[in-house]
Design a binder for this molecule. Structure first.
Ligand code: ASP
Length: 341
């Protein structure tokens, strides 16, 4: 049997960092050298791998949509030669990149698995080794045609993930979608949840994401309506409104409501997502939700804020009419959203 082949794109992050007097830092060649010394990676049960190191290696807090596009293009360039792809990434913005890649990689037929760690591979006690090895095994041997995130024994749909812990080994969760797989003594994939393979007639296509003027705004009691009105001014095109509970807001505040209505009339798309970790927006539940819908705010259902932002970037990059973007924001494209009727 020919050995499976995995392409590893090393974008940076803690997993490959080196201890220095100023703290952990990325260093070119460091992760590759550590991996070259790992006996387990030479086991016949492991796939062959090619590691491609990005320049510069980034702490993921410095990632931008330009970097997302670079990763997507890198995967597309090596797509035919490999069985699966592992993206080594910092944990801080991994959920954003996973969401963006899910939208950009259209008709994906092979696994793309993002992973990283809380403690670098160079340390004696770390979560890097397990995350890396299992991500490679998953990418090589399981034909999951999705962008996934593997971390802390869980394989999750990338566009459903959120970073939930700044220092725990179970740093990610996908609150509104069960894990696609769990890793213990055995690797158990929930094949019923995995999205279908694309038709062989539709090869992988990159939908680029371009720079777009969008933002998020987290509501809180006492938020000044002038600040809201200011944020909604041109050149803003889209806003993810992080609202209370099932999507409610301070609808007694006439200035706040007028600012939303005026922005909606100018064509700004305002997507209501919840501040809660799990559950869905339902703008019909309370008068404080239906009033938002009445001024043009649309429900983001159970989209994570990360996925809502990535989706806005993706849809605006296609220069679609506002009505189409609004409708597609509420349509499940990659398993990112549960549309409750
Ligand atoms: N600051 C790091 C990063 O996101 C944290 C990590 O990798 O865990 O790149």
């Amino acid at each position: 049997m020919t050995k499976k082949r995995v392409y590893i794109a090393n974008t940076g992050g803690t997993i490959g960092m080196k201890p220095t007097p100023e703290g952990y830092k990325t260093e070119p060649g460091y992760l590759a050298a550590l991996m070259a010394k790992m006996r387990s990676l030479k086991s016949p049960t492991m796939p062959a791998y090619e590691l491609h190191e990005y320049d510069p290696l980034l702490d993921s807090s410095n990632m931008t949509p330009v970097d997302w596009l670079h990763i997507a293009q890198d995967i597309a360039e090596h797509y035919a030669e490999f069985d699966g792809f592992v993206v080594i990434h910092g944990t801080d913005t991994m959920a954003y990149t996973a969401s963006a890649l899910a939208f950009m990689l259209q008709d994906l037929g092979k696994p793309v698995i993002l992973t990283g760690s809380q403690i670098p591979l160079c340390e004696v006690r770390n979560d890097a080794r397990e995350n890396l090895i299992t991500a490679m095994v998953l990418a090589a041997n399981y034909q999951i045609p999705e962008v996934c995130l593997y971390f802390g024994d869980k394989l999750m749909r990338g566009c459903r993930t959120v970073k939930v812990s700044a220092d725990g080994f179970e740093a990610f969760d996908s609150p509104n979608c069960p894990p696609l797989g769990r890793v213990g003594v055995d690797i158990e994939i929930d094949w019923g949840l995995i999205r279908p393979l694309p038709s062989p007639l539709n090869p992988l296509k990159i939908q680029p994401i371009h720079k777009t003027r969008i933002s998020t705004l987290r509501l809180f009691p006492g938020l000044s309506p002038e600040i809201v009105a200011h944020i909604l001014q041109p050149p803003l095109k889209g806003l993810v409104l992080e609202a209370f509970g099932v999507g409610n807001g301070p609808t007694n505040n006439a200035e706040f409501m007028a600012a939303l209505q005026a922005a909606n009339q100018r064509g700004v798309i305002i997507v209501d997502c919840t501040q809660c970790l799990d559950g869905s927006v339902d703008l019909n539940d309370y008068a404080t939700g239906s009033a938002l819908a009445a001024v043009g705010v649309i429900s983001g259902y159970d989209l994570t804020v990360e996925a809502a932002l990535a989706k806005l970037f993706y849809l605006f990059s296609q220069n679609l009419p506002v009505a189409d973007i609004k409708s597609l924001m509420q349509t499940n494209l990659r398993g990112e959203l549960t549309r409750l009727q």
